[in-house]
Design a protein around this ligand. Sequence first.
Ligand SMILES: C[S@@+](CC[C@H](N)C(=O)[O-])C[C@H]1O[C@@H](n2cnc3c(N)ncnc32)[C@H](O)[C@@H]1O
Length: 256
Amino acid sequence: MTEPQPAPHLDPVIAALIELHRGLDRQGPGDEAVSRRILAQLPPLPPQPTIADLGCGTGASAVLLADWFKTTVRAVDFASDFLIEAAQRAEQRGLQNQIQWIEADFGALDWLPGELDLLWSEGAAYNLTFAGALAAWKPLLKPGGLAVISELSWFTEDIPAPAEAYWQQAYPAMASEADNIQTALSQGFEVLGVERLPAEAWWQNYYPPLKAKMQLLGNSPDPVMQAVIQDTEAEIDLFERHSDAYGYSVYLLRRL
Ligand SMILES: C[S@@+](CC[C@H](N)C(=O)[O-])C[C@H]1O[C@@H](n2cnc3c(N)ncnc32)[C@H](O)[C@@H]1O
């Protein structure tokens, strides 16, 4: 097992984001019931499948995958603080021997090509853009291997101006579901399905603990932390007003 190492020198904004999300069950919107529903509808995997969770954060989905498939999961994140918490979580669930925690950049994994039967990634692909993530991750999959990737997506063509303005700055590559499906097809994937994460999942599982942490760090003297908190407040405010227009969609893909 690869032991988590001390954090390398990180960009100050990334470091502040990690600090803000440390101690939370999730570092992004997600929902175990939705994940279980997706797992239940996946085509069967071979016995003892090779599985990876990329951008695992504090381990919500890695633990679920290990428990669901009763096999080893490679869980990758570049934030050692998250991996330490994730390892503790796995231990509490008695799954410590089933998860290999790997501190690495998921955009530059030196794994052998075609090793994975299932690649899972929640709320993390945007760091490479959806197209960039598919390009970087496709070679890791066996032909016929499955990818389950959640991606912030537009739900409408009639995008409200404040949402457009905010995401144009925060994530200019954000695309509609139709465009993401097209991207997946053009990169050699079959699209088995697209499932939207309901807005309630953001409000129930992600934003309340995040807001509590924002309050806790609200007096931080660090100007970078203050800026990150302000931006997160703007993000929450925007989602409150425009969750009909965008959210996370989970793309169920098969490598051709
Ligand atoms: C929004 S969080 C989602 C975490 C977790 N999947 C969840 O849903 O709770 C994105 C995660 O991706 C990780 N991450 C971002 N860029 C990365 C990279 N290039 N290599 C490895 N991990 C990365 C972050 O550290 C963070 O844990």
